[in-house]
Every structure is written in structure tokens, then in C-alpha cells.
Design a protein around this ligand. Sequence first.
Ligand SMILES: Nc1ncnc2c1ncn2[C@@H]1O[C@H](COP(=O)(O)OP(=O)(O)OP(=O)(O)O)[C@@H](O)[C@H]1O
Ligand SMILES: [Mg+2]
Length: 585
Amino acid sequence: MLPSLRRHGDLLVAYLSPQRSRVLLLAVLLLASIGLELANPQIVRIFIDTAQQGGPAGTLTVAALAFLAVALIQQVVALGSAYAGAVIGWEATNRLRADLMRHCLELDLPFHKSHTPGELIERIDGDVTLLANFFSQFTINILGNALLVGGILVILGRDSAWLGLGLTAYCVATVLALRAVQKRAVLRNATDRQASAEQYGAIEERLTGTEDIRGVGAESWVLWRLLGVMQRRLRTKRSANLAGTLSYFTTKFLYVIAYALGLGLGAFLFERHQITLGTTYLIVFYIGMLAPPLDRIQRQVQDMQQASAGIGRIDALLLTRPNLPAGGTSIVPTGPLSVDLDHVSFSYEDGDSILHDIALSLQPGETLGLLGRTGSGKTTLTRLLARLYDPDAGSIRLHGVDLRDLSEGDLRHRVGMVTQAVLFVRATVRDNLTFFASGYAEGTRDPDILAVFRELDLWEWYQALPDGLDTVLGPGGTGVSAGQSQLLAFARVFLRDPGLVILDEATSRLDPATERYVEHAVDRLLAGRTGIVVAHRLRTVGRVDRIMILEHGRIVEAGRRVDLVRDRESRFNALLRVGLEEVLA
Ligand SMILES: Nc1ncnc2c1ncn2[C@@H]1O[C@H](COP(=O)(O)OP(=O)(O)OP(=O)(O)O)[C@@H](O)[C@H]1O
Ligand SMILES: [Mg+2]
């Protein structure tokens, strides 16, 4: 998709208006540098003509000094404009990066399943980086250099109308030729950006899976796959570069022709004494001067080709809307919450129906143990409860409020979920525990965190940390054992004090000591809250009030635990007899 001109303008306005004064400064600097560039040859002409006519030495000295001064100022101005341009470019692109990041975080899980993180990184950073120049210099440079070219044409036209007209025709031809080669380059660049995103995606995916890849000895397969991706990238990059080079040579070629014609014409007029030597110099010099601005315009245009491709892809991302409609504005009271599921059915976007007609009713403070073999839909049900997906049919109500009507903030605040895979980021222990709580300023409420550590038997672990709460955890939580990461995940939920706790118990076995800690922590977590626990351990199941057994996404048994235990015929009883942990773990 190629973005319209108007879209380019909108982006410029949106991201440059916050730094208006800086942009104005840059415009002034660029125009000043162009003005100085135009002025310098005039000084040289005076110098040459004065020298040729044997004029006073004083005039020559002044002209020489003026030439030096102008050249010096020109350098300073160039430096200033480069600096201002870089600042403007970074500021604008950083804003855009942040906007894209926010947008990606708002998109739902199906989107993230179909786009690898590497691919998104390439959009949020790679494509945006291409826009730095577009934001800072593009418009001013194109306009300024067009002005410079125009100035040169006017000056030369005054000396010789023919020369002016000829060169104008030349400039028009150059611009038309550039336009012709430009379009193809934009398309090829877009293809290349896509291939680049795929390459990043492939590398990221393989690196994330290092442990498994090594485990199954898949290194050479991974490298072969990467080779395929890189070969594709080579082809797209080469084709994009060729298209870019074509436009480069088009300008160069046209320039050489103009230079030859200018020299010929200058020599011809000088021979016939129609112009002075100074003017001859001026003509050749100005034609030479046509090259840099035309070259700059051409480079800007080439940059623009890349920027356009980037904008197209950024827009495609921005236009992606989450399938999950935004939440409502209702809120639920503090304290334990009731949960009601009404004929809930669900399938993931690929079609197969996963949950069928699930009904459930939990009083505030009750706990439900969710049992079922692997793949029976337990985790899926917890995802619906946390509204990571909406059910296809039926409704889920939290304390009487349909989840779809609940405000998103309240939902995240009042429903605490611990999944099987706990995420830790490279940040301090404090941040890892509290970043989910909004409005949690750094350095505040440390005593709360410490109290939770005591409560959840993490005190010993905490005391062994070299820098206390400021200790940085590695990415992926390296240095934290499976049991500790469970406990830390509980601590996160604890700090938010939700009214419904959803716990997808880890299937991996822990050593008996840690196991005891985890059990104790689960007790503390569920006390005074409504709980839904995907249970794999006998101990956990022994604590719940109600039991629901799923099979292929259907409820095959549900009821109060004590009743099911009493009923000799119940599946739950059979499960207990065979050994729950053997069947469900
Ligand atoms: N994100 C997804 N997209 C598509 N299908 C999925 C997705 N997650 C799970 N499934 C499918 O949904 C079904 C139920 O999966 P779910 O993860 O809910 O099972 P589970 O009961 O939690 O299993 P386990 O005990 O192994 O954790 C499975 O057939 C699985 O293949
Ligand atoms: Mg699961």
C-alpha cells in the first residue's frame, strides 16, 4: 500500500507541531546556507574581473577576505542545521515509536500470534528510523534546494536568456526522469522492508527457542532456514538498490551533459567577446553549482522512497484494529466477587470449537477447582475469564457485570491471573513485581512488597538478593527457580489485591520444600477472594469448594467437592482413586 501525499502531510503536522520553534530555526538555517552558497560566486566574479582589469589591490583583498568569511559562516550554519535536523528527527521518530508501541500493546492475542516480535520490532524501530530525515529535513531541503536551483537559473538567465532557458529545460527533464524511476524504487523498497522484517522475525524466533533448539539438535535446520530467509532478503535488497542506483545515475548523466553544454556555451560567448572572463567563470561555476542541489533533491527523493515504504507499512500496522471491542465503563465493588458463566461457547480464530456450553456460578469467596486432561480447554477458559478473548456465545459476568461492559482498568485491577508461564523482564525486582499496578511510583510502598515477601515465604530469597529490591533480574527471569517464579507471580497478584484470582497451576513438579511454600502461598492468595484454580495437585484440589471436570471442552462433571467425594460413582472419586496427579499432571 502506497501512502498518499496527504498522509505524508498529516504525519508531518502531527509529529512536528510539538516542536514548531525548532523547525522554524532549522528552516532559517537551511535558507541562510542556501543564500550564502548563491552569494559566494558573485564575490569570485568581482575578484576575477577586478584582477583582469588591473583594479586596486585593496578591492582584491576585501573580496578575498569576504570570500573566506562567507565560506566560514556557511560551514557554521551547515553545522547548526545538521544539529537541529538531528534533534527534530529523533524527537519526532521517538514519538512515533512510542505511539506504535502503545498500539501494538493494545492489539489482541490473535494479532500477536500472527506477527512475530522480531517483525514488530522491525516496524516500530526499523521503519520509523527511515522517517528521521523525512521529518527533519525533507520538506525544507526540497524547497530550499528548489529555491537554490531557481536562484541560479534566474542569475544565469540575466546574463544570457538562452542559457537560462536551456538550463531550465534541463532541470525539468531531470525532475521528470527522476519521477519516472522513483515509483519503481518505492515499490521495491517496500518489498525489501517486508523481507527485512521477516528476517528479524526468523532470527528472533530462533533465539527465543535456543533451549529447545539445542535440546532437539535442530541447529543445522535452523541455519538452513535462516539461509533461505537471507537469500530472499539479498534478492529484495539488491533489486531495491538497483532501482535506487538507476535514479542516481540518471541525475549524474544529465548533469554531465549540462556541464558540457555550459562549458561549450561559455567558451563560445567568451570567444565572441560577448561576456567577460569573470562571467564565463560564473556561468561554469553556477552550472557546477546546479549539481549539489539537484543531487540533494535526488537523494531526498530516494530517502523519500524509503520513507514512503515505511509509512505505508506503519499505516498498515496502525490501521489494524483489535478484534476485541473496547470495554465499557462499569466497575465492580471491592472484596470477593461472584462469577457467572452462561452457556459459554468459544473457538479460536482458526475455527475448531474449543469450549461448548459452559455454565458456572460461583459465590463471592468460593473457589473452583478446574480439572481435565491436557487440551481439554482449561487454560482457554481462564483466558475468557480474564477477557483476553470474548466468548462466541453466552456471557461471562463478574459480580453481575458482563465482562464486555466492565472497564478495562477495573478488569485488570480486580482480576488477578497467574499463568503457567511467568514473565520476568530485565528490570529490578521492585519493577518486576509492581509494573502491573498503575500509578505505582518508584520507591513507594516498599514496605508492602516486603510484607508480601514475608507472607509468601520469599523472605529468605529476598535476603539473599545482593541489592535488595533494586537487584536486577535477567531477561526471562534467569536466576529465579521455577518455584520462586511461581511465588513471585503470586506476590504480583497479592500486591494488587484482586477480588477474583485465576490460577493456572504449573504442571512441573517442584521439590517438596518449595512445594510446601507454594501450597502455603496459594492458601494465602485464595483467602478472602473468589478463586478459580486449574489444579494438577491433590493438595490444591483438597482446598477448593467446587469442582468442574472438562473433557474436550465440555463439562462432564460439576458440583460441590464434598458431594462429589461422597458420591462413590462420581468421576472425581474415580480420579482420586486412580491418582489425580498421574492422570492430570
Ligand atoms: N492460542 C490458541 N490458538 C488456537 N488454538 C489453541 C490456542 N490455545 C489452545 N488451543 C487449543 O485449544 C485446546 C484447549 O487448549 P487449552 O490450552 O485450553 O488446554 P488445557 O486444558 O489448558 O491443557 P493443559 O492441561 O495442557 O494446559 C487445545 O486443543 C489447543 O490446541
Ligand atoms: Mg493449560
